[in-house]
Structure formats: structure tokens, C-alpha cells
Design a protein around this ligand. Structure first.
Ligand code: GRF
Length: 201
């Protein structure tokens, strides 16, 4: 399937997905487009280096959120995108995008959802004092990190962890897990019944 990755920031997950594709680990998935709401974000440069086209739009330059997303949908249709992969895309998705792409938008979040949804999940986990946190890949719905869980992997919190050291270990797990799930999705191996998603062998 033809994939668009949405990202707002550093883009290390974008880079991990692009690398997986290069190494033949994305199955039938092909990253056709980067969509970013922050044209100045480092992820834009990463796309350029990887030779992946990008759509860089500033939401503020649109009359409304609706018009911003309509422009994105138009571009996705033009490129026949079948799967949207959010990788640090820092906005909620509205029905303008959700409806045409129902069941075809996934996100990665640095905690074991439903714990620590929203911003700074790693800081939230440290502050709470949990001993186990991790990574979740989930379907996207209209809420903040609330859609059905597709895959999770645990990461232990170690004594003396700081936000940086814990983030580093969480990111390593993200770079492995996200390409695996995207490849499974591209191969049609992810199914959803009610809230329960399954990756078939
Ligand atoms: C990742 O930790 C991801 O889980 C979260 O945002 C972060 C994006 O980092 N949704 P990067 O831009 O991929 O480096």
C-alpha cells in the first residue's frame, strides 16, 4: 500500500520507517509522501535526503482547520494513499481526514496506553513513578491517543532514569515496532473487531 507519514518534529521515526523500506522491511508498504504542519521541522530535511516528496503546509495560513485538512485529503487522493502513519504529528485529526481514511490511520505513542495519553508521556511516566512503561501503536480516532491498540511493547523504567535516558530506550523500541506494524498493515494482516485489533501471522 501507498503510505503517507505525518510528522511535526525531529522525524526519527520517519527515518526509521524510511530505512526499513530501504532494507525491504516494510513489506508491500511504500512511503510516497511526508506531510508536515511545520515546514521548518527537521523531518522535512530527512524526507528530502531520503528522496521522499513532502507536503509542507502551515495550518495558520488556512482560513480553518477544515480547509487545511481538505487540502491534505486532496493531495492524498491524488497520490492514491491507502495508509496514513502518524509519527509525532502534533495535532488532532478531524472528521475531514478521519472519514475518508477510517481504519487506515495509525499512530505511535511513547507509553502503554491508556496510561499517559497526551503530551510528554515519558515525563508523565517518570513523575508517576511507574516501573514499566513502553510503546503503543494504535488506530487513530477523534480523541487524543484513544483509538484501538494494535501492538504494545514494554520498556522498564530503571533507577536513576532521566527523561533523556528513558526516552532513548523507548525510541529504540519505537524504531523496531513501528516498521513491523506498518508492514503487517500493508500486508493486510491487521484486523479490527469492535475495539480489538489483531495482527494475524
Ligand atoms: C515519538 O516518541 C512518538 O512516539 C511520539 O512522538 C515522538 C516523535 O519523535 N508520537 P520523532 O519525531 O519520530 O523523533
Amino acid at each position: 500500500s501507498r503510505i503517507a507519514v505525518f510528522a511535526s518534529g525531529t522525524g526519527s521515526n520517519f527515518a526509521a520507517l524510511a530505512k526499513a523500506q530501504e532494507e525491504g522491511r516494510l513489506g508491500g508498504g511504500r512511503i510516497e509522501l511526508l506531510v508536515s504542519d511545520r515546514p521548518e521541522a527537521p523531518v522535512a530535511k530527512r524526507a528530502e535526503e531520503a528522496g521522499i516528496p513532502s507536503l509542507l503546509l502551515r495550518p495558520k495560513e488556512f482560513a480553518s482547520r477544515k480547509e487545511y485538512e481538505e487540502q491534505i485529503v486532496e493531495e492524498l487522493r491524488r497520490r492514491e494513499i491507502g495508509l496514513i502513519v502518524l509519527a509525532g504529528y502534533m495535532r488532532l485529526i478531524t472528521p475531514v481526514l478521519l472519514e475518508p481514511y477510517a481504519g487506515r490511520i495509525v499512530n505511535i505513542h511513547p507509553s502503554l496506553l491508556p496510561a499517559f495519553a497526551g503530551k510528554d508521556a515519558i515525563g508523565q511516566a517518570l513523575e508517576y513513578g511507574v516501573k514499566l512503561t513502553g510503546v503503543t501503536v494504535h488506530f487513530v480516532d477523534g480523541g487524543m491517543d484513544t483509538g484501538p491498540v494494535i501492538a504494545q511493547r514494554a520498556v522498564a523504567v530503571e533507577d536513576g532514569d532521566t527523561a533523556d535516558t528513558l526516552a532513548q530506550r523507548i525510541h529504540e523500541v519505537e524504531y523496531e515496532l513501528y516498521p513491523e506494524v506498518v508492514a503487517a498493515f500493508a500486508a493486510g494482516r491487521v484486523t479490527l473487531e469492535g475495539r480489538v485489533a489483531t495482527i494475524r501471522a
